[in-house]
Write a protein that binds this ligand. Structure first.
Ligand code: FDA
Length: 305
């Protein structure tokens, strides 16, 4: 039953018609519950509050699978503006973005051009930019882009997904770049040809990757709401005397807020992923796929709006 619900929401996450309806309805229903706001400006106050409570932030301008060159250029300009505002407002925040929002599905040259503009600004303001990882068919292209830019820029990081069979090798191949990495379980619908179908195998692989990444000396973000994974990381760090400054925990905004603050109290670095913008539909459907109990609070929000 759990697998059927998951597949259902992952299927819905790619429905263009529903996505357009969600955009037109505006973000009022999602804002403040699973996203920071409908634009970056309206999220600033809120990010400051998170920073004041000891939480680090990464912001994500929602939007993916963009098929218009013009829209990718708009996204690039918005991202640059966001980085400049982070610097101006002295926010303790990084930026996360998806390569399909910058033209990965349109033209390789276009993504490179857009990313160059973004990273020039990020480097100038010392704001870290993390390339989110999307579905498996785009994994190699995304890693190639990361490697190309990592040669020139220090303010770039990317994500590896524990559910993919290929990830252990990807992590070894990336070692020479001394990368900043975010490790996650993986959020897309993948076939058993490329990804572990069983959750227990994903969890085991996740632990293996955390160990490999930390022992390689990579600065590692462990992005999970799973207590088992969090406890594993703490124990591993203690066993190998890995200082808290070499890793951080990350969680999505709206999920496990008390645990986030508890980790800060315990002396760990904790970063909250705060999405903003009108394009919240695909993001929201993936969150429902991960945890159907989110449905209850989502529908409560819908009735209110
Ligand atoms: P999982 O969903 O496997 O749950 C395990 C257990 O954790 C549950 O059984 C429960 O006990 C507990 N738990 C989970 N959620 C809870 C909640 N809300 N409240 C209480 N308990 C809860 N994916 C991707 O493919 N590409 C990417 O770039 C990113 N980026 C990213 C950034 C950040 C900051 C995060 C946190 C996640 C991502 N992801 C992602 C999503 C990721 O791949 C994954 O789908 C989700 O984090 C869900 O997996 P978890 O490890 O959180 O636990």
């Amino acid at each position: 039953m759990e697998a059927i619900t998951r597949d259902f929401f992952l299927f819905l996450s790619k429905n263009n018609l529903l996505n357009n309806i969600a955009k037109k309805r505006g973000g009022s229903f999602a804002a403040g519950k699973i996203i920071g706001g409908t634009d970056f400006q309206s999220s600033i106050k809120f990010i400051k509050q998170l920073n004041e409570s000891g939480l680090l932030v990464t912001v994500d301008h929602l939007g993916e699978f963009v098929d218009s060159e013009e829209v990718t250029r708009e996204r690039t300009a918005e991202c640059i503006e966001t980085i400049e505002m982070i610097s101006r407002e002295k926010l303790n925040s990084q930026v996360s973005l998806k390569m399909t929002s910058l033209g990965l599905d349109i033209d390789h040259k276009l993504v490179i051009e857009n990313m160059t503009k973004i990273l020039d600004t990020a480097e100038k303001h010392n704001v870290m930019v993390t390339i989110d990882m999307e579905d498996e068919v785009r994994c190699q292209a995304t890693l190639d882009i990361f490697k190309q830019f990592k040669e020139k820029y220090s303010c770039i990081s990317t994500v590896l997904q524990a559910y993919l069979y290929r990830t252990e090798k990807d992590l070894s191949d990336l070692a020479q770049y001394k990368p900043f990495l975010r490790l996650v379980k993986g959020a897309y619908k993948e076939s058993p040809e490329v990804a572990f179908p069983e959750k227990a195998d994903v969890d085991e692989n996740y632990k293996k990757l955390i160990e490999q990444s930390l022992l390689n000396g990579n600065y590692t973000a462990i992005a999970s709401h799973d207590d088992q994974i969090i406890e594993y990381t703490k124990t591993l760090a203690k066993k190998h005397n890995i200082p808290n400054s070499m890793f951080e925990f990350q969680m999505l905004y709206g999920m496990r807020s008390k645990t986030q603050l508890e980790l800060v109290k315990q002396g760990y670095q904790m970063r909250v992923y705060v999405p903003y913008g009108l394009d919240w539909y695909g993001y929201f459907m993936r969150r429902l796929a991960e945890r159907p109990s989110n449905i209850a609070f989502a529908f409560k929000g819908m009735v209110k709006s």
